[in-house]
Design a protein around this ligand. Structure first.
Ligand SMILES: NC(=O)c1ccc[n+]([C@@H]2O[C@H](COP(=O)([O-])OP(=O)(O)OC[C@H]3O[C@@H](n4cnc5c(N)ncnc54)[C@H](OP(=O)(O)O)[C@@H]3O)[C@@H](O)[C@H]2O)c1
Length: 313
């Protein structure tokens, strides 16, 4: 039994990881959090350790005092969190005498330096990658899980994620498809992300990249599944690459509800970048090298199943 510390285990992805470890029951799990909150601790059912991400020495001591073998980060990766915090956690994991392994907060798809900072998480994740590459003897792996499927069940199915609308606005019966819609896209539910992360702790060796494929469908297939689930024809618009490269994307009706929290220009910028990556095939992961092959007993939620649960009748 190893001690696993989930940094940001109170957040959307982190909670799914913590829940998976708790239901698996094989390892002792602690959550690193900026605040020790007794109510949250009770809710999560695991020990919460108050952490200051700004201080590597403090972090190192926390990891050693708690005999942490594996650190799994699910920290927020947006700059409004006060700059990149995760590199400090990586440096502490590397320095800690008890810690051997580290998973950074990735949970998406490869993000390239040349994609700039369209998505503010790109430079944050690049900073973490540099810290991992500079580590002395840490074993680490990046989890690529595609786009979270939870978004297509909102608001009808529960999810810890903050609501967001991109590609398909199922409530608004509309889809904005990048390119010709024939590129396969990986969609994974956050609960399945949790299960695979927890299972991977038992692997003897980690590859640099750990791919999890909940389901893989093209956007044309996804829209068809959503239409069937709702019993309604959608308005479907195809955004060509030139339009996406200009930072423009067809506005989805339900996106307007996001604008009080995320400005329209930002939604357009993120959605168009996301469209380019879908069209580039960045989420068309290889099944043969995926963790699904290593853990065939872990069945994942399929998009059809999620859409029917959320939208049928
Ligand atoms: N593939 C996808 O579709 C997709 C979608 C969403 C997210 N993601 C990725 O998943 C990862 C986790 O995202 P998430 O949405 O789960 O994160 P989140 O819920 O927004 O935040 C996770 C945790 O970060 C901690 N945190 C530390 N410093 C913080 C600060 N200054 N401000 C706010 N929170 C802070 C908080 O824990 P405490 O308060 O306990 O300290 C929080 O619970 C990221 O790498 C993100 O890019 C992927």
């Amino acid at each position: 039994m190893a001690v696993v510390a989930v940094a940001g285990g109170t957040g959307a992805v982190g909670r799914n990881i913590v829940e998976a470890f708790v239901s698996q029951g094989k390892h002792e799990v602690i959550v690193l959090s900026r605040t020790a909150d007794a109510a949250k601790e009770k809710e999560l059912g695991v020990r919460l350790v108050a952490t200051d991400y700004k201080d590597v020495a403090v972090l190192t001591k926390i990891l050693e005092d708690n005999n942490v073998h594996t650190v799994i980060s699910a920290l927020v990766m947006m700059p409004n969190a006060g700059g990149p915090l995760e590199p400090n956690l990586i440096r502490a994991a590397d320095a800690s005498k008890t810690t051997r392994r580290m998973v950074p907060s990735e949970y998406g798809f490869p993000q390239y330096k040349e994609d700039g900072d369209i998505l503010p998480s790109i430079p944050m994740k690049q900073a973490s990658l540099h810290a991992l590459e500079a580590s002395k003897d840490l074993e680490w792996t990046l989890f690529y899980t595609g786009y979270f499927m939870d978004y297509f069940g909102m608001p009808n199915l529960p999810s810890y994620l903050t609501p967001y609308v991109v590609l398909m606005d199922i409530l608004g019966n509309t889809a904005a498809i990048p390119g010709d819609g024939n590129k396969p896209v990986t969609f994974t539910h956050t609960s399945d992300v949790g299960k695979f992360v927890a299972a991977s702790v038992d692997l003897e060796k980690w590859d640099r990249v750990s791919v999890v494929i909940g389901d893989k469908v093209t956007m044309n297939e996804a829209v068809k599944l959503a239409e069937e689930a709702k019993g309604t024809k959608f308005k479907v618009v195809y955004d060509d690459l030139e339009k996406l490269k200009r930072g423009e994307v067809t506005e989805l009706p339900s996106q307007t509800s996001l604008y009080s929290v995320i400005p329209r220009e930002f939604v357009q910028a993120i959605s168009s970048a996301f469209g380019i990556w879908v069209d580039r095939g960045d989420m068309d992961f290889d099944e043969d090298t995926s963790l699904n092959k290593k853990f065939p007993e872990l069945k994942t939620i399929k998009l059809k199943e999620l859409l029917e649960k959320a939208w049928k009748n």
